[in-house]
Design a protein around this ligand. Structure first.
Ligand SMILES: NC(=O)C1=CN([C@@H]2O[C@H](COP(=O)(O)OP(=O)(O)OC[C@H]3O[C@@H](n4cnc5c(N)ncnc54)[C@H](O)[C@@H]3O)[C@@H](O)[C@H]2O)C=CC1
Ligand SMILES: O=C(O)[C@H]1O[C@H](OP(=O)(O)OP(=O)(O)OC[C@H]2O[C@@H](n3ccc(=O)[nH]c3=O)[C@H](O)[C@@H]2O)[C@H](O)[C@@H](O)[C@@H]1O
Length: 423
């Protein structure tokens, strides 16, 4: 098939290279000139395992990158993968969706063959039919039956995006017309996964409900973990026993610093905003959010309990990315931790294997180290914020600290000789 992917971020770029890998001819449209040119050079600005290799395999063969929409005349199916960041009051900012639909619509003027437009970005229920369909039709001046519309949410995780795209648990395709749904389904031929065909609004809601449920599992584990901490119980041992019940599953029950990233926090806010707009009280969702917002402060309470005032103390912060295997720091739990430490007068020495540069753009006035040992040297305490496997190997490196006070926000360390383990 001839596919165009609109937006070259985590979802768009990964989708584009994976569609090329599945044998399609793919055009990637990215309006940010810097992003587009680094993708065209084969070195994207985002880090994902396996992405560069696939990109260089297909670049200028079955995958072409452009900053303009006029490069898409042959396209049969469009996947919209632009950002939907949190806007005012938790409502997602849909302006990028709107402007992508305007440009896409204009590029379809004067075409007479059938096209399918698929929304892959996470959008609130009603957005595809209420915004995408009318905007594309208005700007293309085409009749409703000449363009099909689908909603196909994406479930990939950062850090393992290529793997997740190629091996999903399910592929959800929401459509109101079976021809459009069949086309969208064809794009995934070659991937072995159950296909779930739904209406468009259900597909939109499946995405929010999935993220909200995963976030709920994490906050639940954190609440139990906070209780366990007081009782001197190891919450990881508890959750291992809990997760063995197949109705619960062992995944997403790791207690610690809480969830960050560009999606759980914003999608939770969007769902809360949606509920409130309909006078439904989102009791569970608000609690999930509240528990998550308090977890970083709990780490700092524990730290103060161990070493007293933080004024002038050197604190090593290991891990800046919101999770391992990514350089993404959006909504990382290390941000509130660093900001509070700074307010309390601590001297911060931070290290992340990949995310130092991205965090520097956000917080400049702390020390960034190029190795964990540099951060740990002479530190009064260490806060471990990201589940990077390399941190799991640290042991005698902690002897460089003034005291081995280590607060683990992620259970990753295998060494036994540590004090002040958090959860
Ligand atoms: N990051 C993730 O792991 C996942 C994200 N999602 C959802 O997918 C959507 C995209 O997320 P990301 O890829 O993380 O966003 P991103 O911000 O990394 O990438 C979006 C890209 O779209 C480009 N763009 C914006 N307007 C455009 C336009 N009119 N034409 C062409 N390109 C345009 C931007 O320059 C940017 O490079 C969001 O709705 C997000 O919630 C869904 C699943 C996973
Ligand atoms: O919509 C999205 O963008 C994506 O959001 C999440 O993926 P992602 O945010 O990339 O990463 P996760 O692996 O889910 O981790 C999110 C956060 O939760 C934290 N986490 C995860 C698992 C856990 O048990 N405990 C926990 O605190 C991680 O440290 C991280 O900060 C979902 O897992 C994806 O299915 C979804 O597509």
């Amino acid at each position: 098939m001839k596919i165009s992917v609109i937006g070259g971020g985590y979802v768009g770029l990964v989708s584009a290279v994976c569609f090329a890998q599945l044998g399609h001819t793919v055009g990637l449209i990215e309006i940010d000139i810097d992003r587009a040119s680094s993708i065209s050079r084969g070195s994207p600005q985002i880090y994902e395992k396996g992405l560069e290799a696939l990109l260089s395999k297909h670049l200028e063969k079955s995958l072409h990158v452009s900053t303009a929409y006029d490069a898409i005349p042959d396209t049969e199916i469009f996947f919209i993968c632009v950002g939907t960041p949190e806007g005012d009051n938790g409502h997602p900012d849909l302006s990028m969706i709107q402007s992508a639909c305007q440009s896409l619509g204009r590029s379809l003027i004067d075409m007479d063959s059938y096209h399918v437009v698929v929304v892959k970005s996470t959008v609130p229920p009603g957005t595809t039919e209420g915004l995408v369909v009318p905007t594309v039709l208005e700007h293309s001046q085409r009749a409703g039956d000449e363009i099909g519309f689908c909603m196909n949410p994406e479930f990939l995780r950062e850090g393992r995006a290529v793997e997740d795209f190629m091996h999903p648990d399910r592929i959800v395709i929401g459509s109101n017309d079976s021809r459009a749904g069949d086309w969208a389904e064809s794009a995934y031929r070659g991937i072995e996964a159950p296909i779930v065909r739904t209406g468009i609004k259900s597909a939109e809601m499946i995405k929010y409900a999935s993220n909200a449920f995963l976030a709920t599992k994490i906050s639940f584990a954190n609440e139990i973990g906070n209780l366990c901490k007081r009782l001197g119980i190891d919450v990881y041992e508890v959750m291992e026993g809990v997760g063995m019940d197949h109705r619960i599953s062992p995944h997403f029950l790791d207690a610690g610093a809480g969830f960050g990233g560009s999606c759980f926090p914003k999608d939770l806010s969007a769902l809360i905003h949606l509920a409130e707009g309909m006078n439904e009280e989102p009791l569970i969702l608000r609690s999930v959010q509240n528990v998550n917002e308090r977890q970083p402060a709990r780490m700092l309470e524990l730290l103060q309990k161990k070493i007293g005032s933080l004024e002038g103390k050197r604190i090593a912060v290991l891990g800046l990315a919101f999770k391992n295997d990514t350089d993404d720091v959006r909504q990382s739990r290390s941000i509130p931790v660093i900001l509070s430490l700074r307010e309390m007068g601590a001297r911060i020495a931070a290290y992340d294997p990949r995310a130092n540069d991205n965090m520097k753009k956000m917080i400049h006035d702390i020390e960034y180290c190029s190795r964990a040992t540099d951060a740990l040297r002479d530190a009064d305490a260490c806060l471990l914020m990201t589940e990077w496997p390399e941190f799991g190997l640290l042991d005698e490196e902690f002897d460089l600290m003034k005291n081995r006070v280590i607060i683990e926000g992620r259970r990753i360390l295998s060494c036994q000789d540590k004090e002040g383990i958090c959860w």
